[in-house]
Design a protein around this ligand. Structure first.
Ligand SMILES: C[S@@+](CC[C@H](N)C(=O)[O-])C[C@H]1O[C@@H](n2cnc3c(N)ncnc32)[C@H](O)[C@@H]1O
Length: 224
């Protein structure tokens, strides 16, 4: 039985219910949390950036002052509306829903936060490799279902640290604020070990690491 399932059912589910309540009182975005990692790892050359599956456009807005131009792409119309509103007044930002793999122009950064598992992984990585200019970088934050013993240990560590990080980021218990439009989600199906093989096959030398927050990160710089 998967550790996630087992902990969910342990003690009649009371621990899992308590943890869920705690997390709801001190919420944090597991995706936005990694924006600081992305911003700390930007490529030296910063002409164009492409955020695939940009959702509400938070990362696009954060990249805007750092690149000559930033394109946020999302196939969901409502997300594009939110992203466009979020980036109002940012003259170097465009938001669109066209096929991102047809992008042209100098792309020095491609980002995907919680998006790769929505795509055909091998094809998407090959498209990123083709689109990036030499020296350009791919930075992704992803999700994978736990399969191996190591996956389960990271899952447990993420579950235990989740409310602690929530307390630090959001010390005051959440009151019911304005409802936030949820981003379109999909359950990941490709386990970390399988993903790593594909990543290293398409992007030799890439760094792929498990992280707390039920996430992993991928970083690759296209050779010059
Ligand atoms: C889990 S959300 C993450 C959104 C955002 N990156 C974030 O961190 O909040 C996944 C996003 O990918 C978008 N998406 C899924 N497949 C896509 C595709 N083929 N092209 C562009 N966007 C896609 C969805 O519409 C959704 O907004």
């Amino acid at each position: 039985m998967a550790l996630r399932t087992w902990t969910g059912e342990f003690a009649g589910g009371t621990i899992a219910t308590g943890m869920a309540r705690l997390n709801a009182r001190h919420p944090w975005s597991h995706n936005d949390h990694f924006h600081s990692w992305i911003l700390a790892n930007l490529p030296a050359r910063r002409r164009g950036a492409l955020d695939v599956g940009c959702g509400r456009g938070e990362l696009v807005a954060a990249l805007s002052p750092r690149f000559a131009s930033v394109r946020g792409n999302d196939r969901d119309e409502e997300m594009r509306r939110h992203a466009t509103a979020r980036c109002t007044g940012l003259a170097n930002v465009t938001i669109d829903g066209r096929s991102w793999s047809d992008a042209t122009g100098p792309i020095d950064l491609v980002t995907m936060v919680a998006v790769l598992h929505h795509l055909d992984v091998a094809a998407a990585l090959a498209d990123v490799r083709r689109l990036l200019k030499p020296g350009g970088r791919f930075l992704a934050v992803g999700l994978a279902p736990p399969r191996s013993a190591t996956d389960h240990l990271w899952d447990l560590a993420s579950a235990v640290t989740n409310p602690m990080i929530g307390y630090v980021k959001h010390p005051w218990p959440s009151s019911d604020g304005a409802p936030v439009t949820p981003v379109p989600i999909k359950d990941p199906t490709m386990p970390f070990d399988e993903l790593r093989e594909i990543v290293l096959d398409v992007m030799p030398g890439a760094s792929i690491r498990r992280r707390l927050g039920f996430r992993h990160t991928i970083a690759w710089t296209k050779p010059s």
